[in-house]
Design a protein around this ligand. Sequence first.
Ligand SMILES: Cc1cc2nc3c(=O)[nH]c(=O)nc-3n(C[C@H](O)[C@H](O)[C@H](O)COP(=O)(O)OP(=O)(O)OC[C@H]3O[C@@H](n4cnc5c(N)ncnc54)[C@H](O)[C@@H]3O)c2cc1C
Ligand code: SF4
Length: 332
Amino acid sequence: MNPFSYTRAVDPASAVEQVRHDRAAKFLAGGTNLIDLVKSGVEQPAHLVDINRLPLTQIEELPNGGLRIDALVSNTDVASNSLVRKRYPMISEAILSGATPQLRNMATTGGNLMQRTRCYYFADTTMPCNKREPGSGCAAIEGYNRIHAILGASDKCIATHPSDMCVTLMALDAIVRTDGPLGERSIPFGEFHLLPGDTPERETVMQHGELITAIDIPLLPFARNSHYLKLRDRTSYAFALVSVAAALEIKDGAITQARVVMGGVAHKPWHASEAEQVLVGAPANVATFRQAAEEALTEARPQRYNAFKIELAKRAIVRALSTVAGIEGDNA
Ligand SMILES: Cc1cc2nc3c(=O)[nH]c(=O)nc-3n(C[C@H](O)[C@H](O)[C@H](O)COP(=O)(O)OP(=O)(O)OC[C@H]3O[C@@H](n4cnc5c(N)ncnc54)[C@H](O)[C@@H]3O)c2cc1C
Ligand code: SF4
């Protein structure tokens, strides 16, 4: 048993103050990830600052037509919000494909971004893990690495980011709003999570004591025509082996705008910009989607047990784009 103290913050500034000066302090939101990790000894905070009473619980329209989702809005409330469902259906699909209703009721928007990897060796304190204990080694590289990364990995860590929602936020060019030791910041979603490199223990650009206050999603009219496809070992209560967030604007049969982001393949949501380059200007058909999928995976490097992810990811891209384009059946 690791003793820890607990306090409840009443406003964002006091929450930041309580954590920033204490390296062993952490914010506690829904607790669906952090408490599990504390119980298993992976995380050992000496002080938990409960942020659940902070006034960060709204979803509101922005003057520029976008949407602001406060950090403490539950995953359930985001998924069921009528504006989210209408303007950014892929977000709702992504959230509803994850966890369980009970977990989604507790899990928060900010916590979803900060959740830790599901690498089994990270969760097992008897195994070496550079992310949990820098310099100790990586048990997954020579171990059973079926769920691990095929893109952007390093010789220090091959873990993937587990979030579904984050894959769609990357596709939508979301902005993460924070408050902390560096003052208020607006961080483009693509820069928020990091690749492992030599420092896999550092997963985001967040400073210690920095609080996520909201996510801004810009107006992106073609995002109404979007889809999130998640492939996993069972159809409920499982993390993605591969997932795809896709959006298309199609005019007169040709693609004018495209978004393709993959989940389950890297340490962060993977923006397949090469695939988008193939798509824009091309006819919206399966042949184009296959070419885009090939392009998206050219840099993929499998581990011993996960080469299947490369073909799975290609097929997932074709299927997700076909769904968005309204192409069904054997053609997809
Ligand atoms: C059994 C199970 C199945 C799951 N399945 C899925 C799934 O299929 N797909 C998926 O995407 N997710 C899944 N999840 C993960 C779930 O979505 C996350 O646990 C949840 O989103 C975390 O949110 P939370 O509010 O509970 O965070 P907490 O557990 O409270 O916190 C997580 C981390 O975020 C930090 N934090 C929280 N809020 C803030 C903030 N505002 N600013 C800065 N730091 C903050 C905390 O300090 C902590 O380090 C699953 C979880 C479980 C337990
Ligand atoms: S892949 Fe990363 S998280 Fe998993 S054991 Fe290796 S260092 Fe740890």
